[in-house]
Each structure stands twice: as structure tokens, then as C-alpha cells.
Design a protein around this ligand. Structure first.
Ligand code: PEP
Ligand code: MG
Length: 838
């Protein structure tokens, strides 16, 4: 090894030593902090990154000097110390230095059995991890003869005696660990955890506290909060006569326990000392730590401390508690929680501690988990719900008629579709666990079976579990954890609200959605999709009558029946939102979606309307389109069948006046969908203004409303400068805008999206994370042109991207006023927005 005058090859870890996490790794730094707190940490030496790298390349530091720190006949442990704990590293090697001489000495001080066990442990570890001999030859349990046998096997396999020189052992162990870090598997593993390609390893050499010997001896870990709930609770383990290896037995409970002896009873003082260490670590290290300790003949040593492993819900509790105790600041608490992790708290989750029996994997389209019996149609789902039986709606893909079935189901599973397919969007809105694009499973709706790749066949009525958080379908029932919308969750989000600088609204169509939006403290509704209000049985019939009306008076008669229903819908939304803004989008989908698709349905409709079947069939054919997504929908319907928008505008205005009479004043926002030309807006606006004047006069009331345009076509973004003067706000519907910018069907792209992403054609599913380069440019252009033409124009995003953290970052940087997303994504959006503002 080249000797450098300007840096030490190793440094004894003392309170004042130069130890840096960026050079010696997290463990060395953490041990120094423990030493500064005067915890009983055994003598420790840190090897920096550059030295470990040199060792891997075949050089050796001053081993004699290193050994001299530990004196004659030392026994040490060597542990890895990467810059970040999550990057891992080669496993710890204990008892380095054990040889015949130390063994003989330990027989005198610790007894034959303990000395044998310690030596055997090292021979086994060295043989398998350093000399790379077959582990099967070295698995003997400690016992008379085991040590001798292991030494003999070592000699036979290597043609050499077990190394007796402690320095040679040190050299070999250091080299083996340094090289282990450079291996391809290790590199891939840590890169998957976010480590950069050049991530380096430090090593920590520490005098062993043996844990085996006379008197109270053993090793254990102790933490002061529960890893799953985050609630204060002492947990951990202690094993007498052990060195903390997993396979060791002889557990002693940490705290008093009716099932057996405990450390707390065995040595109350020592136990109290450990509790005190935990409390001090929490304050000084500003974190909930798990303490690793060893007791050697009643003597306590703290050998390590690591951040307590934690579930998302525990992470929130821990961060809030630390901030409330004044140990960390609120901003720090916010930054410690990964926004996406919050979704875990909002839903039931499959308990990670339970067993799983996976059947297949698809796209995790809506988080949460649910168990239920398989149903293949919406009618079965409704029947099942009527029997109070939890069911999972399994479809190849869903269509608007399935919304009823989705309401009745506890989860949804589809074979086709992507992140913005019908099933995915509706399920997220309902907070229903959902997996789409699960091509692993083949669904046969005629035979009513679901076939797994391993050949298992499930039928209607069989029980499965949908884990919408990770996209896995599981056989049978799984253990569940409940949602955790507790005080700490709310507290954290209130702190987030005080720092974020972009608004967060919810997309909500129904009173239930609106209540969920309120529960998650959205700042209003950014998108109420009114067409979802027409699929209820009673309305569907009237809607169909309206579509079939031959004359204007007939059409008006049908719309007059829809008017009070719509008005009641809006009054409920306004009441629930209690004066917060509510943005209502006028009718969007093509009319044919309301018509039956098969012969039976058409016959039923013919009966209901008392018209010949041939006429019904003809009308259905006439309305059907080759490409309905690009057809007569949105404002095109508003221009060609204007009475529908007239009715909706009237319902909105009457509801606003009505709701304002009893509660907070309502200023409704009315949004025109799928605009591509300014003239469309002019035409619709003229009629809406006329309706508003009429309603004001009729109801003798004042009314303020805001008109806006939904920018969902590239042309609307390009011509925003012409559109903006007519309206007060623009809201980007990035689902359709992505579809139209890419020329990519949002309902079908799921079939090949994973191939496109894996081959790097798209970095991410653009329906999931906003494509900032393409669609994003349209957003920036539209916002700029719009605001230039109309200063003060409010700009927002209401496509699914509104709930995606990276997309929120883009909207914030672009100066948008708010994002709007499914109610269940509101908490994530609030926290993500705060992160970007910090
Ligand atoms: C959109 O297109 O982004 C949007 C919000 O509307 P929808 O998903 O209803 O088409
Ligand atoms: Mg749209």
C-alpha cells in the first residue's frame, strides 16, 4: 500500500477523531456519536473508503499498526460501513483473532464450552466466507469434537493449517470484505437501492465484547418504538450466551414476560441503563434508534445503533413525535416522510408479517388491499353486496356500466388497461384497491374462470385478495392492517399545508367523493365529472329518452326531468364543500355510451321506450363512432345538442343560489371540456350567460360564477391566447392531452406500456407521470399564452397527473395555481407539494 502522509490509513474512533460519513461511512460516524455520548462502546477503528478500495485492489495498509491498537491476543469484529445504511455491504465477521492461543486463554477465563463455541464460530465463518469453502462441510453445532472436526476439515480442504496469525486473519478478512463489495451482484443490489456506481465501502474494526462466558452474558437488540405502529414500546430480543447471530437459540425476554425469564428481571440496573441509552440516542441522534448490545459477565457494551426499521405509518408517528418533543424541526419531520408512502396509511394493507400466496401480477392502479369472492359481472357484484358478501369484480376491462358493479365490489381486477384506463380512474376515485393490465391471469368470462400461470383455476365465488399497492393478486384470504388516519397523520399534513405554495383540490363526482375530499382536507373540487351522474338506473332511462327524442319539445321534456336530479346532485356537492370552490365540468362522453351494446339490451330499451326494435337498433348504429374518444363528445356535443349544457348550467346556477341561501355563499365554476377552438367557447359561453341571467331573474337572486376551459387537445394549448379572453381559468386535462399528444389510447396503451418502458422508449408511463418534455411543453405554452392574453388567469391540472409528485413539481415550477387529483391522492399531493417548497 502506498503510504500517504496526508491521510491516516485507519483512525481510532474517539470523540475528537476526524471521522466523516462521506469518507468512513455511516456506521463509523454513528459509533463516534455513541462514543461522544459516553456510551460503553468497545475500542473501535475505522478504515476509510480509499483504503478499503486499495485493499480490494491488492494492497494492504499498516496491519501491524492496526493490530497494535487492540494489543496482544485481540479478538475483534469487522463490519461494513457504506455511506448510507440502505446500501448494505458484506456481512459482519465476528471473533477475528481466535486461534489456539486465545482459545487456551479463554478456556481459563470463560470455560471450555464458551471457548470452543467462540473458536468454532470463527473457523466456520472464516472457512465459508473468507476461504470460500463449501458451507455444508462446516455446519456442525457446537459440542464436544465439533471444533476439532472443523479444524481438521479446514486442513483437509486447504492443505494448510487454520491461520494462527491474527494479523494474517485480519488481512484475509479485510480483503475478502473489500472484494465482496466490488462483486457484480453486490453492486447491482446496492444500485437498486439508489447507490451511485462509484459508491464506496468503509470498514469498522471493533474489539469484541464476547457475549459468551461466566455470569450474565449474551447479546441483543433493543428499540423503544414498535416498528409497525410507531407507538412507544420496548421491543427487541436478548439471548443469553450468544453473539447475536440469527441461528442462535436460548432467548430471554427483554421485558418482564409471563412466558419466561427476562433481562429486566435478571439485571434491572443494566436494563435501566439500556433504557437510558435509548432515550439519550433519541435526543442526540435525533432519531429512534435500535441499540445493539452485548453483555460479557455482567458488563454492558453497546456495539452498534441503527435507525429503527419502520412501516410508513410508524415513520409518520415517529417523525411527528420527534418534532412535537422539540428534537427535530417540523420541516425536518416533513422531509423525513416520502409522500408516496402516505398511501399506505389510507387503506387496508396486506400485513407484511403474514403469509402470501401470489397468483399473478399486474399494474398497481389503485392502492390498498381487499379480500373477497370473485364475481365476473356488475350484476353479480350488486347481488353479492346485497347479501353483504365482499366481492372482487374481475373483468377483462371495465366500461361505464360497470361503475355500479365497482361501487358494490371491494376491489377490482382487470386483465387489460393501464394507469388511466376506465377501471383505474374510477377505482382511484372510489378509493377501491385495483389492479389493471394483469395479463398474467387469463379471464374467461363465459366459463367464469380465472386461470393463474401456475395452472390453478379460480371460479366465481372463490376467494382471492387484491393487493392494489403492489399489483399482486393473492389466493385466498390475507392478513390485513387497518388504515391509520390518526392524529399524527393529520398533524403532519397540517404542517405541510403551512409550507406548500400550490393548491391541492380533489376530483370528486359524488357526495361520497366530496366527503372523502373534505376528510383529506382538499381545498375544493377541481373536477366534478357530471357524466358519472347519469349512469344510475333512473337517470339512464331518462337520458335514453332524451337521446331518442325526435323533436325539440320532446328533448326538452326529457331534460326537464333530468334538471331536478342534477340540481339535487349539485346542491349536495355545494353543501358538503361548504363554500369551498367546486368546479363542475359539463357533460363530456359520447352519447352512444348511454345506449345498450347488445341485442338483449336493445330489446329491453325498445320495450321501455315503446318503439320498434329496428328503430332502436338504427339509432344505436347511427350514433356509434369508429373512434369515439375523438368523436362527438365534450364541447362538440355542447355545440350540436346545446340543450344538454343549457340544462346543466341551469341546474348548477339554481343549486348555487339554493345552497347559498342555507349555507356558505357558493361561486360555482363551470368548465367546458374538450375544447379545440375559441369559437366553441364563444358559442357555449353565450348560452350559459343567457341561462345565468334567466335564473337570476327567475330566482330574484344574485349570482357570480366562473367559466373555464379544460385544455385537453393540443390545439387548445396552442390557441390558449385566443381562448383565455373568454374565461377565468384554464385547467389542463392531462389524461386526454397525453393521449392526443402521443396519439396513444389511454385505454389500450397498458398492453405494451411495460415493453416501452423497459426498452427505454418512454422513461415512465406518460399517463402516470407527466411527460414534461412533450406534454409539459404544451402546458407551459398554453399557460404562457393564456396568461399573456388574460393576466390573472387561473391555471391548474386536473388529469390524473395532479396526484403524481414529479408532475406536481413541474406544475409548481410552472407557477400553476393548483393541482386536482383523486381524493385518495390528496394527502400525497399535499406532502409532495410541501417537499418542493422546502
Ligand atoms: C383529462 O382528460 O385529463 C380529464 C381529467 O378528463 P377525463 O379523464 O374525464 O377524460
Ligand atoms: Mg378528458
Amino acid at each position: 500500500m502506498q503510504r500517504h502522509a496526508d491521510f491516516a490509513e485507519f483512525t481510532e474512533v474517539t470523540p475528537t477523531a476526524q471521522i466523516a460519513q462521506s469518507r468512513h461511512g455511516w456506521r463509523a460516524k454513528c459509533l463516534q456519536r455513541l462514543i461522544r455520548m459516553e456510551l460503553p462502546v468497545p475500542r473501535t477503528v475505522a478504515l476509510p473508503f480509499e483504503v478499503v478500495r486499495a485493499i480490494a485492489a491488492g494492497q494492504m495498509p499498516d496491519i501491524e499498526g492496526l493490530a497494535a491498537v487492540f494489543g496482544e491476543d485481540f479478538v475483534v469484529s469487522i463490519r461494513s460501513s457504506a455511506e448510507k445504511p440502505e446500501w448494505g455491504g458484506p456481512g459482519t465477521i465476528l471473533n477475528v483473532g481466535m486461534n489456539d492461543r486465545v482459545h487456551a486463554r479463554l478456556i481459563g477465563t470463560h470455560g471450555q464450552e464458551a471457548a470452543d463455541a467462540l473458536y468454532l464460530n470463527f473457523v466456520q465463518t472464516y472457512a465459508t466466507q473468507v476461504a470460500r469453502l463449501d458451507p455444508d462441510m462446516f455446519h456442525d453445532e457446537p459440542g464436544p469434537g465439533a471444533l476439532k472436526a472443523a479444524l481438521a476439515t479446514y486442513r483437509a480442504e486447504t492443505d494448510d493449517d487454520f491461520p494462527q496469525s491474527a494479523t494474517r486473519q485480519l488481512i484475509e478478512v479485510l480483503r475478502s470484505m473489500a472484494r465482496g463489495w466490488e462483486g457484480t451482484t453486490a453492486r447491482l443490489l446496492r444500485q437498486a437501492k439508489g447507490a451511485p456506481a462509484e459508491a464506496a465501502l468503509g470498514l469498522v474494526v471493533q474489539r469484541m465484547a464476547l457475549g459468551i462466558g461466566p455470569g450474565l452474558s449474551g447479546s441483543g437488540t433493543m428499540q423503544f418504538v414498535d416498528s409497525v405502529t410507531g407507538l412507544p414500546q420496548i421491543t427487541g430480543r436478548f439471548r443469553g450466551q450468544s453473539q447475536g447471530r440469527r441461528e442462535e437459540v436460548g432467548a430471554l425476554y427483554l421485558t418482564r414476560d409471563p412466558r419466561g425469564a427476562s433481562l429486566e428481571e435478571a439485571d434491572p440496573d443494566l436494563f435501566a441503563q439500556l433504557c437510558d441509552f435509548g432515550a439519550r440516542c433519541r435526543v442526540r441522534l435525533r432519531e429512534e434508534m435500535q441499540i445493539e448490545f452485548t453483555i460479557e459477565s455482567g458488563q454492558l457494551a453497546v456495539i452498534d445503533a441503527v435507525k429503527v426499521q419502520r412501516s410508513a405509518r410508524a415513520a409518520v408517528r415517529i417523525a411527528v413525535a420527534l418534532a412535537e418533543d422539540g428534537i427535530i424541526g417540523r420541516e425536518d419531520a416533513l422531509l423525513r416522510i416520502e409522500p408516496r408512502a402516505l398511501t399506505e396509511l389510507l387503506h387496508y394493507q396486506v400485513d407484511p408479517r403474514g403469509a402470501r400466496d401470489p397468483l399473478g401480477k399486474g399494474i398497481a392502479a389503485s392502492p390498498g388491499a381487499a379480500t373477497g369472492r370473485i364475481v365476473f359481472t356488475s350484476a353479480e357484484a350488486q347481488a353479492s353486496a346485497a347479501r353483504d358478501e365482499a366481492c372482487i369484480l374481475v373483468r377483462r376491462e371495465t366500461v361505464p356500466e360497470d361503475v355500479r358493479g365497482m361501487h358494490a365490489a371491494v376491489a377490482v381486477l382487470t386483465e387489460r388497461g393501464g394507469m388511466t384506463s376506465h377501471a383505474a380512474v374510477i377505482a382511484r376515485g372510489l378509493g377501491l384497491p385495483c389492479i389493471v393490465g394483469c395479463a398474467d391471469l387469463s379471464i374467461n368470462t363465459r366459463e367464469r374462470t380465472l386461470r393463474a400461470p401456475d395452472g390453478r383455476v379460480f371460479r366465481a365465488g372463490d376467494t382471492i385478495t387484491v393487493d392494489g399497492t403492489n399489483g399482486e393478486v393473492l389466493a385466498g384470504v390475507a392478513d390485513m392492517m387497518e388504515p391509520a388516519l390518526d392524529g399524527e397523520f393529520r398533524t403532519l399534513l397540517h404542517w405541510a399545508d403551512t409550507v406548500r405554495d400550490i393548491g391541492v383540490r380533489a376530483n370528486a363526482d359524488t357526495p361520497d367523493d366530496a366527503r372523502t375530499a373534505r376528510m383529506f382536507e382538499a381545498e375544493g373540487i377541481g373536477l366534478a365529472r357530471t357524466e358519472h351522474m347519469f349512469f344510475d338506473e333512473d337517470r339512464l332511462t331518462v337520458m335514453r329518452e332524451m337521446i331518442f327524442a325526435d323533436t325539440a319539445p320532446d328533448r326538452r321534456a326529457a331534460l326537464d326531468r333530468l334538471l331536478p336530479m342534477q340540481r339535487a346532485d349539485f346542491i349536495r356537492l355545494f353543501e358538503i364543500m361548504a363554500g369551498q370552490p367546486v368546479c363542475i365540468r359539463l357533460f363530456d362522453p359520447p352519447l352512444h355510451e348511454f345506449l345498450p351494446h347488445d341485442r338483449d339490451g336493445m330489446r329491453e330499451l325498445a320495450e321501455a321506450l315503446d318503439r320498434p326494435l329496428s328503430e332502436v337498433t338504427r339509432r344505436c348504429d347511427a350514433l356509434s363512432e369508429f373512434n369515439p374518444m375523438l368523436g362527438m363528445r365534450g364541447v362538440r356535443l355542447g355545440v350540436t345538442v346545446p340543450e344538454i349544457y343549457d340544462m346543466q348550467a341551469r341546474a348548477i346556477f339554481e343549486a348555487a343560489i339554493e345552497a347559498s341561501r342555507h349555507g356558505a355563499p357558493v361561486v360555482p365554476e363551470v368548465m367546458i371540456p374538450l375544447v379545440s377552438a375559441a369559437r366553441e367557447v364563444e358559442i357555449v359561453k353565450t348560452r350559459i350567460d343567457a341561462v345565468a341571467s334567466a335564473v337570476k331573474t327567475e330566482m330574484k337572486a344574485d349570482l357570480t360564477y366562473r367559466l373555464g376551459v379544460m385544455v385537453e387537445t393540443p390545439r387548445a394549448a396552442l390557441r390558449a391566447g385566443e381562448i383565455a379572453p373568454h374565461v377565468e381559468f384554464l385547467s389542463f386535462g392531462t389524461n386526454d392531452l397525453t393521449q392526443m399528444t402521443y396519439g396513444l389510447s389511454r385505454d389500450d396503451a397498458g398492453r405494451f406500456m411495460s415493453i416501452y418502458v423497459s426498452q427505454g422508449v418512454y422513461e415512465e408511463d406518460p399517463f402516470h407521470r407527466l411527460d414534461v418534455e412533450g406534454v409539459g411543453e404544451l402546458l407551459l405554452m398554453g399557460a404562457k399564452r393564456g396568461r399573456e392574453a388574460r393576466p390573472g388567469l387561473r391555471i391548474s391540472v386536473c388529469g390524473e397527473h395532479g396526484g403524481n409528485p414529479e408532475s406536481i413539481a413541474f406544475c409548481r415550477a410552472a407557477g400553476f395555481d393548483y393541482v386536482s387529483c383523486s381524493p385518495f391522492r390528496v394527502p400525497v399531493a399535499r406532502l409532495a407539494a410541501a417537499h418542493f417548497a422546502l
